[in-house]
Each structure stands twice: as structure tokens, then as C-alpha cells.
Design a protein around this ligand. Structure first.
Ligand code: K1U
Ligand code: ZN
Length: 171
């Protein structure tokens, strides 16, 4: 397993629309293993493949609280098939936008359909942090970042800060 480097704002890869996974190959299994390793190393509770520069519809999530009982789930081609009317606000972070947080309102509960690494299509209903995380990661697959849910003023500020930092790092 390999910890792969994270793609950081304002890298244009974060705006790509990721391609569906057509079959569970050895390449997909290795990608999923590396994503889990990278997610734990960050540390984070979720990761989309584009955050390590792979434009495929693969997501890993582990929102379990117990450090010693790791329980990662791999979601291939995840899609939201139902969302609750009730909303919840969560102070979200993103491994591609380090040390920046912002309150985002999203549906409180969702039902997600996805393919497992065994090639099976299943559905899962989620609430709380898992529901928030699934929506955040599925946004990544569509080139959407949590800052897109904030005001233009906040988004412009964070874009400016990270663009400046990237220029400084490149010099
Ligand atoms: O997609 C990502 O960038 C991962 C992101 C997922 C996420 C977190 C919170 C709300 C929505 C989506 C993160 O994991 S940010 C880091 C984080 O939340 C965390 C890190 C260590 C322990 C617990 C949480
Ligand atoms: Zn993110």
C-alpha cells in the first residue's frame, strides 16, 4: 500500500468530472488500497480518487470514531438516490484545502447506491457525519468543492490565499 500525494487547491484537476468504473480490476483494487492508506495518513474521514489525481468515480470513507477499529468502506460509482427534506449544517474541512473550514448545509439523510469491490450493487442509508461525508465526496467526483457552497466572498478569499501559496511554493 502506498500513501499518494494529495492534490491541493487551486489545482485544476479538482474541477474534473471523474469517469465511472466499468469493472473491478487489479488497478481499481490497488487504487482503493492506496486511497485508504492516504486517507488514514492525512488524516481524514473520506477521500475521492481525484484528490490523488485519478479521475475515476472511487470514494473511500471511514467515519468510525474508534482509532483501533478501522472500518473503511470503498464506494465505486456512488450516486445519491434519495435525500431527506431535513437539512443539517456541518463545519466541513477538505484534505485538498488544508486548514480551512466552513459551515455547509446539506440534507441530513441520504440513500446512496454504489458498487462494492466484489462487483455487487448495493444501497446504504446514512445520517450524521457519514451522510455529510458521502455528499462531500460525491461532489468531488463532479468537480464540486465544499467552498462552492459558501458565499462568493468566502470562496474568493480562500481561492486567493491558496493561489498565492501555490505561486510562492513554485518560485
Ligand atoms: O474529501 C475530503 O477532503 C476529506 C474530508 C471529508 C469530510 C470531512 C468533514 C466533513 C465533510 C467531509 C476530511 O476528512 S477533512 C478532515 C476531517 O474531517 C477529520 C480529520 C481527522 C479526524 C476527524 C476528521
Ligand atoms: Zn474534500
Amino acid at each position: 500500500m502506498t500513501v499518494r500525494p494529495l492534490v491541493i487547491l487551486p489545482d485544476a484537476q479538482l474541477r474534473l468530472i471523474s469517469e465511472p468504473v466499468s469493472a473491478v480490476t487489479e488497478e481499481i483494487r490497488t487504487l482503493a488500497r492506496d486511497m485508504i492508506e492516504t486517507m488514514y495518513d492525512a488524516p481524514g474521514v473520506g477521500l475521492a480518487a481525484i484528490q490523488i489525481g485519478v479521475a475515476k468515480r472511487v470514494v473511500t470513507i471511514d467515519t468510525s470514531k474508534d482509532e483501533n477499529a478501522k472500518n473503511p468502506t470503498v464506494y465505486l460509482n456512488p450516486e445519491i438516490v434519495w435525500s431527506s427534506e431535513e437539512k443539517r449544517v456541518y463545519d466541513e474541512g477538505c484534505l485538498s484545502i488544508p486548514e480551512f473550514y466552513g459551515e455547509v448545509e446539506r440534507p441530513d439523510r441520504v440513500r446512496v447506491r454504489y458498487m462494492t469491490l466484489d462487483g455487487e450493487t448495493v444501497e446504504q442509508e446514512a445520517d450524521g457525519l457519514l451522510a455529510t461525508c458521502l455528499q462531500h465526496e460525491i461532489d468531488h467526483l463532479n468537480g464540486v468543492l465544499f467552498i462552492d457552497h459558501l458565499s462568493k466572498l468566502k470562496r474568493d478569499r480562500v481561492m486567493k490565499k491558496f493561489t498565492k501559496a501555490a505561486k510562492r511554493d513554485a518560485a
